[in-house]
Design a protein around this ligand. Sequence first.
Ligand code: NAP
Length: 509
Amino acid sequence: MAIKGELLIGGESFSGKGTAFFAIEQTIGNRLGRAFHGATPDQVEKALALSWEAFGTYRETTLEERALFLERIAENILDLGDELVERASAETGLPKGRIEGERARTVGQLKLFAKEVRDGRFQELRVDPADPERKPNAKPDLKLRNIPLGPVAVFGSSNFPLAFSVAGGDTASALAAGCPVIVKAHSAHPGTSELVGRAVQKAVADSMLAPGVFSLLFDAGFEVGQALVADSRVRAVGFTGSRRGGLALLDIASRRKQPIPVYAEMSSINPVIIFPAALANRGNEIAKGFISSLTLGAGQFCTNPGLVLLVEGMGLDEFLSKAATHIAEAAAQTMLTAGICDAFRRGTATLESKSSVQVVGRGKPGTMIEGQAVLFATTGSALIEDAQLQEEIFGAASLVVRCANHDELQRVLTALEGQLTVALHIDQDDFEIAKPLIPALELLAGRLLVNGFATGVEVSPAMVHGGPYPATSDGRSTSVGTMAIYRFLRPVSYQDFPASLTPSAFNKR
Ligand code: NAP
């Protein structure tokens, strides 16, 4: 399928008239194909108008129609074949094998949402019958169901060009809920976005849905995204990216006449706590697993282990020395964009310049667009005093924190910002000291895991990929797994409704 650099608005394609920008072949830094142009205000208005118009009919589709639509998107993505894999790999610098895995995850998650829609439980249908005889007041007849919020603006992430982009988790969950979607494509992979966008557009047509159920807009700057979030017809936002970007959108959403929810996944350093018995019994194995998780995909995962907490004692120096040996073998890897690579270099230079921080080891050096892995160490007291030490450095950089004792470890945990994950490395003899920490860890993160690393995120009904601020803007939700659908729903109660006016969803119970 030819990549034309076009905006997809409803069922049609248009050349953007805004500022031009190009896709970049990331490993060599060359422009890739023709220019993309941002959408003009008129084109944004067209997408918004069509989206609002489509909401009226899309929200009334049957569960089966909606599930089939999601399955068609999945099939159409697979039909793109190698072209999609090659383009995504070229635009992001991610290896083809990784993109193929991500495609499988994207397709799998669309099918999982199709299943969730068919199941229908997300509607939360509740029936509480009337009791006219109740004293002193008669009890009304009450029914409740969840309805979709309305059009959703989705901002794809740079680091998951398929699974968290145009037809990724935010789009799949919003469409599953019954909400039309307008995607603001990430400027780092516009060709990939267009290919996937056309697959969604075709599924809309094949399913005979209103064309405005899906639109895809490009922009060389931030105007298009900001206009979407500010518009009264958009009723929720899904975002994955930087804290600065997420907060900018939250600010716009909260200043609207009718503020709306912004589900922004932003920054997390995903602490790993290594307990004494685990350290003594298998320090080298943990060091190896840690470095391989840290350097996976050039460290460009929101669940990357950016902080490791240990208590001073036997095995700690040996752990650092083993980790240094393993990281020295790590090859530098192409990063997603020149901007992300620059930010990585600035972040690591800032840590290195601090007197409280030492470099434990580095990976192999690379080219200008490759990130060199680096491991730092500091003390618990330094981390508590200097908030900058816990800022996310997006890439393969991590900080080992040497806590003087168990009390200091607890104080460090209290000083940490909200996280997506916390990983515990524990053996049987550690359980006694680990157990009292669990309540505090529950308050700190959305996912707690034992004897593993958080970089793999299972798409499952029981997955939480979320957490308190700044991991996300709303820690009550998840952006991965079927529970993500609830972000785009709200409950409505029907009191004393005659049968003929009661929504048909209640008839099928
Ligand atoms: P980003 O710069 O925040 O961009 C994400 C999306 O939001 C892009 O579409 C971007 O537009 C748009 N955007 C950014 N700032 C905006 C603003 N002020 N107003 C309106 N739209 C705005 O994130 P990124 O490029 O994906 O990655 C950069 C950083 O994000 C990383 O260094 C890392 O810290 C963080 N990150 C975090 C996660 C996570 O899951 N926690 C994942 C990926 C990245 P453009 O396309 O025009 O830039």
